[in-house]
Design a protein around this ligand. Structure first.
Ligand SMILES: O=C(O)[C@H](O)[C@@H](O)[C@H](O)[C@H](O)COP(=O)(O)O
Ligand code: SF4
Length: 609
């Protein structure tokens, strides 16, 4: 087995040491849940009868209680292109379960927000908290105690993190997340972005813009940019939680169905009644979490996981912070260039060798933990392969990962990467701590010193751009966008106008206590700034004209103002908001949310996790 990189080993040890007590408490919990929790045999007859009353042909098997009853937790809706394929999955999963003498029931559903639909709209202020709502819905589904395993149907941004957070509180159960795959490639993402910038400049109208967007987002499946949804798939792969090669097979194909079938069959083999018990809470340990961070850095994944991964880890009793990301970023090379970090999309990435190449090459480079408990192998390396159909019954055979990338414009060996470091840096200074993703930012733009222009709403930035007020070197500061302010929306609508300013030769950067989309790129941005403006974070004291210095290389974010003058400043006041769009219902989550670096969660904070 290749020698593990010393820095990966050191950061892993640091996380294990920091998590010792909380992880012990977690493992004790799942032990208790396994031994003394709510399980089918312990349910009273009245409980059970309610549980199988409508189970039809599966009723005898459920009553007999000898085989696994799989709880399906589904985030299906047919507005989300990525989740639309899930509509028929429960019926298929029941058939696959019966094939191996097991049963399956839909245990419950969860919401699934499309950040693309809500991008730039007030609904985006519910996005981060929809993650915790999904976790709560997952817990409600699994709380019935009718299940000895679970299949998790969800793909997009907040959905996989929410499912995993909720599922981990039932970590004594074996579980397998079931992806549905990316839509076939449509209009190239770079062309989509070009039309958006033309629209931002008023050079094309809504008709051309809608044509371009509709040619890009054109069918069932996950959007093909490398945003948070596809970063979710990558993380499940490098944590060994997906069946091998499951992530990027397109929906509606025989291969996709065969891989789903294999996941259900496999689930019944890793329950506590067999001799190969693999509970979710043991699969997701410190090494798996480190693998997720490494995978994120090596592939240029979504910055949103600087928030979601700490939350997911906390649900398993594991504590990580942005120093962990930063230290690993210094040794993990960028080996994939998938839009917005490059021109190709996830379909091209998959064709170039995809996740099987990423897993194999990072293990061989000593950057991924190979010795982890996965759902389908003896080690992670067993997941570095791709399924192929075999014979008339759609059985599966597997191809090993290619020895070399099949398209070096998309994928590179760790020994000759696109960039020497993974590019999710921690920047800090007298404004606090923020995340700076460099993988999509040209090297010469990663350090900037320019006057601030301060806003409290992203729409005002766009209005200032249209009024020509930003035609200069500028650090655009947008505050009151943190979890406790308005739910920490993504400010991805700022990418086109700021990109236009940058393309016109100005030095431009964004500094915000809000988030960006995983699909944001090119413009240098210090995001997730903690402490946020609400509650007195320094970002609330920045004034127009202050010089801001931001450098990814030096890890610096600071305002260059005379300390005495700075100390004398008042904190800005959050503008009033009449709310609406259901946002008032999430006031309790805003009020209790903890810092972005800990996951921005009122639910986990209140639970003392
Ligand atoms: O984090 C993410 O990946 C984004 O939230 C993504 O899910 C969202 O849909 C973007 O808005 C997509 O990009 P466009 O808005 O550019 O289509
Ligand atoms: S990837 Fe984003 S835009 Fe596409 S379906 Fe998922 S949430 Fe919506």
């Amino acid at each position: 087995m290749p020698e593990l990189h010393p820095e990966v080993a050191a950061v892993t040890e640091r996380v294990i040491a920091r998590s010792r007590d909380s992880r012990r408490a977690y493992l004790d919990l799942i032990e208790r849940e396994r031994e003394a929790g709510v399980h089918r045999p312990k349910l009273a007859c009245g409980n059970l009868a309610h549980g199988f009353a409508a189970s039809g042909e599966d009723k005898p098997a459920i009553i007999a209680g000898r085989a696994m009853n799989i709880g399906i937790v589904t985030a299906y809706n047919d507005m989300l292109s990525a989740h639309q394929p899930y509509g028929r999955y429960p019926e298929q999963i029941k058939i696959f379960a019966r094939e191996v003498g097991a049963t399956a029931q839909v245990a419950g559903g969860t919401p699934a927000m499309c950040d693309g639909v809500t991008q730039g709209q007030r609904g985006m202020e519910l996005s981060l908290f929809s993650r915790d709502t999904i976790a709560l819905s997952t817990a409600v589904a699994l709380s019935h105690g009718m299940f000895e395993g679970a299949a998790l149907l969800g793909i997009c941004d907040k959905i996989v993190p929410g499912l995993i957070i909720g599922a981990l509180r039932f970590g004594h159960l074996p579980m397998i997340p079931i992806p549905a795959g990316p839509m076939p490639s449509g209009l190239a993402n770079k062309e989509k972005q070009r039309i958006r910038q033309l629209y931002a400049e008023g050079k094309v109208g809504r008709k051309e813009l809608l044509e371009s967007e509709s040619a890009s987002y054109h069918g069932a499946g996950t959007c093909t940019f490398y945003g948070t949804a596809n970063s979710n798939q990558m993380m499940m792969d490098v944590m060994g939680l997906h069946m091998p090669g499951a992530s990027f097979i397109n929906p509606g194909t025989r291969l996709r169905q065969a891989v789903t079938r294999s996941a259900i069959h496999r689930l019944t083999e890793i329950g506590w009644n067999g001799n190969d018990y693999r509970p979710l809470g043991r699969c997701i340990d410190e090494k798996a979490i480190i693998n997720a961070i490494v995978g994120l850095l090596a592939t240029g994944g979504s910055t949103n996981h600087a928030i979601h991964l700490p939350a997911m880890a906390r649900a398993a009793g594991i504590v990580i912070d942005w120093e962990d990301f930063d230290r690993l970023s210094g040794v993990v090379p960028l080996i994939a260039r998938v839009y917005p970090n490059g021109a190709g999309d996830v379909n091209h990435f998959h064709a170039a060798g995809g996740m099987s190449y990423v897993i194999a090459s990072l293990i061989d480079a000593g950057l991924l933990h190979d010795d982890i408990l996965t759902v389908a192998g003896t080690r992670l390396r067993d997941h570095a392969r791709d399924p192929k159909l075999l014979g008339e019954n759609d059985d599966l055979t597997f191809e090993d990962a290619p020895a070399e990338p099949l398209d070096e414009s998309m994928l590179r060996p760790p020994s000759s990467p696109f960039q020497p470091d993974g590019g999710m840096r921690l920047v800090k200074g007298n404004l606090g701590r923020a995340t700076f993703k460099t993988s999509a930012v040209d090297p010469e733009r990663r350090t900037i010193e320019a006057p601030a222009r301060v806003f409290s709403d992203q729409d005002d930035v766009i209005a200032a751009f249209k009024a020509g007020e930003l035609e200069r070197d500028v650090v655009v500061v947008v505050r009151f966008q943190g979890p406790r302010a308005n739910g920490m929306p993504e400010l991805h609508k700022l990418t086109p106008p700021l990109g236009v300013l940058q393309d016109r030769g100005h030095k431009v950067a964004l500094v915000t206590d809000g988030r960006m989309s995983g699909a944001s790129g090119k413009v240098p941005a210090a995001i997730h700034l903690s402490p946020e403006a609400v509650g007195g974070g320094p970002i609330g004291r920045i004034r127009d004209g202050d010089i801001i210095r931001l450098s990814a290389e030096q890890g610096v974010l600071e305002v260059l103002v005379d300390p005495a003058e700075w100390e004398g400043r008042e904190d800005a006041v959050q503008p009033p908001d009449g709310l609406g769009t259901g946002r008032e219902l999430f006031a309790f989550m805003r009020q209790g949310a903890d810092d972005a670096e800990r996951g921005g969660s009122a639910m986990l904070a209140a639970a003392g996790l």
